[in-house]
Design a protein around this ligand. Structure first.
Ligand code: ZN
Length: 128
């Protein structure tokens, strides 16, 4: 485990907005997946779930700050997981999506594995 702490986390300011977006995503996921969606959870780790190396960031799109909020439907548990990425991963996905809008990138597989792991750790911490 890494022990480096970040005193400044740029995702904090956008948390209420993130909650709002996540609840919209949850509604949309309900429409798409129906009763398979049981709940939602927001990944609040300090490190980007894509690379596990850089802190979560706010990226600039066309000169405006945009929080790279994303959602992942973790089907085995019926949970919609919302997450932020670091600048580098967010820009990568943004560029790939511009080329192939509906194609998952290899980075998505890493993100989904890391998020599922973080979710399991979180659930285990509730039981402790
Ligand atoms: Zn990253």
């Amino acid at each position: 485990m890494r022990s480096r702490r970040h005193t400044h986390n740029s995702a904090d300011n956008s948390k209420p907005e993130a909650d709002r977006i996540l609840s919209i995503m949850f509604t949309q996921a309900k429409a798409q997946f129906g009763d398979a969606v049981k709940s939602f959870w927001f990944y609040e780790g300090e490190l980007c779930p894509g690379c596990l190396a850089r802190p979560i960031g706010v990226i600039k799109i066309k000169g405006e700050n945009a929080v790279a909020i994303n959602g992942f439907m973790y089907r085995p548990r019926g949970v919609l997981i919302g997450y932020f990425l670091c600048d580098t991963c967010a820009n990568y996905i943004f560029k790939e999506a511009a080329k192939n809008p509906y194609k998952q990138t290899p980075l998505h597989a890493d993100i989904e594995r890391n998020l599922a792991e973080a979710y399991h750790k979180y659930m285990a911490s509730l039981d402790a």
